[in-house]
Design a protein around this ligand. Structure first.
Ligand code: NAP
Ligand code: 12T
Length: 337
């Protein structure tokens, strides 16, 4: 349990990263009650100044002895940093909300999307995990359908933006695009092949079963967040040359039959969802609409005519906001309620 206060000392670990910078923005935007904001990163960027509420806050070097007196730490500095530092933070009485995949499947660690399983926040023992970006936006759209018609199976294909990999990948897509448009050879450092004008069916590392780790995160995390291990999930995750916003083609099978109109009605009142679905007027969600927005956008809702009870839909959200920083801040907001 967190001790209730009027204002909290909040830390962002990995504050100079693509997700960390978004966290600082969102804390400010949503007026999170902060008495002192502390920002941490590695030696590479200690001393960098980041603006928060009109002031410049200096980025400090992350060390093991910084956590005393910090109430909540939002971590976004990669799995190895979370593995090493999160238990130390928790021992010092700080509640960690961790963005890496390090703790997500630990049975002691709640894995939370506030629209889906806010009740799990209460079970934390010092660490709460923020799910994978692709999983978060999908479950926000699945939960209301599951409540109405019991989902039995999900087949998902993702189209993921490079910002999911961080600042280096954003730069790589920019540099490769510039190079190719000037008839130069693109340099590949972050991804094994060029991402500019290409699609890579490869996100995170390959596992023994032939799936990528990103695909298996979608399978396992969905079951844990929805609190239903019986939902069958299979995924193909693809990196596309988009800077911001993940798109997903989601095929759902349900126990009870739902028409496309029923799904539209259910989703149009669902928390955190915007239905954007009028194909006759060329209205469907796109990454360029979702970028810098908070909601999960759903469109292309239609019956899967190849099975009895099936729905196809297209789900888009900003991977750095709902997929990472916003979801983490929303967890923190519930934590202090
Ligand atoms: P990024 O742009 O590469 O930023 C990484 C951040 O971590 C930077 O602030 C970096 O600081 C800091 N950092 C790296 N090593 C560190 C160390 N040893 N000690 C302290 N700080 C260190 O990456 P990002 O996209 O923001 O992602 C960060 C992490 O968040 C990822 O590794 C991933 O685990 C997680 N993530 C989760 C989701 C999700 O699905 N929910 C989405 C994206 C990312 P410097 O400036 O000093 O290098
Ligand atoms: N490799 O948080 O590269 O598990 O887009 C999120 C995004 C891991 C994660 C990516 C990744 C995660 C990516």
């Amino acid at each position: 349990m967190i001790k209730k206060k009027d204002k909290y000392v909040v830390a962002v670990v990995g504050a100079t990263g693509a997700v960390g910078r978004e966290m600082v923005e969102i804390l400010q935007e949503r007026k999170f009650p902060i008495s002192k904001l502390r920002l941490f990163a590695s030696q590479r960027s200690a001393g960098t100044m980041i603006e928060y509420k009109g002031d410049e806050v200096e980025v400090e070097l992350l060390t093991k002895d910084v956590f005393k007196g910090i109430d909540i730490a939002l971590y976004s500095a990669g799995g190895s940093v979370s593995k090493e530092f999160a238990p130390i933070s928790a021992k010092d009485g700080c509640v960690v909300i961790d963005n890496s995949s390090q703790w997500r499947m630990d049975p002691e660690v709640p894995l939370v999307v506030p629209e889906v399983n806010p009740q799990d926040i209460l079970k934390h023992k010092g660490i709460i995990a923020n799910p994978n970006c692709s999983t978060i936006q999908m479950v926000v759209a699945l939960k209301p359908i599951h409540d109405a018609a019991a989902i039995t199976r999900v087949v998902v294909t993702t189209f993921q933006a490079v910002s999911g990999t961080g600042n280096k990948a954003i730069r790589e897509l920019m540099d490769q695009t510039k190079a190719l448009l000037s008839f130069q050879d693109p340099i590949c450092k972050v991804y094994p092949y060029r991402i500019a004008f290409n699609c890579l069916p490869h996100i995170d590392v390959f596992l023994e079963n032939g799936y990528t780790k990103e695909e298996m995160k979608m399978v396992l995390e969905t079951k844990k967040i929805m609190g239903d291990a019986s939902i069958r999930v299979t995924a193909t995750t693809v990196r596309v040359p988009v800077f911001r916003g993940h798109s997903e083609a989601v095929n759902i099978e349900t126990k009870k039959k739902l028409s496309a109109n029923e799904v539209r009605a259910i989703l149009s009142t669902a928390e955190g969802v915007t239905v954007y679905d009028a194909p006759q007027k060329n209205i469907y969600p796109m990454a360029i609409d979702a970028a810098s927005k908070d909601n999960v956008y759903v469109g292309r809702i239609r019956e899967d005519e190849s099975i009895e009870n099936g729905i196809n839909m297209w789900v888009v959200s900003d991977n750095l906001r709902k997929g990472a920083a916003l979801n983490a801040v929303q967890i923190a907001e519930r934590l202090i309620l």
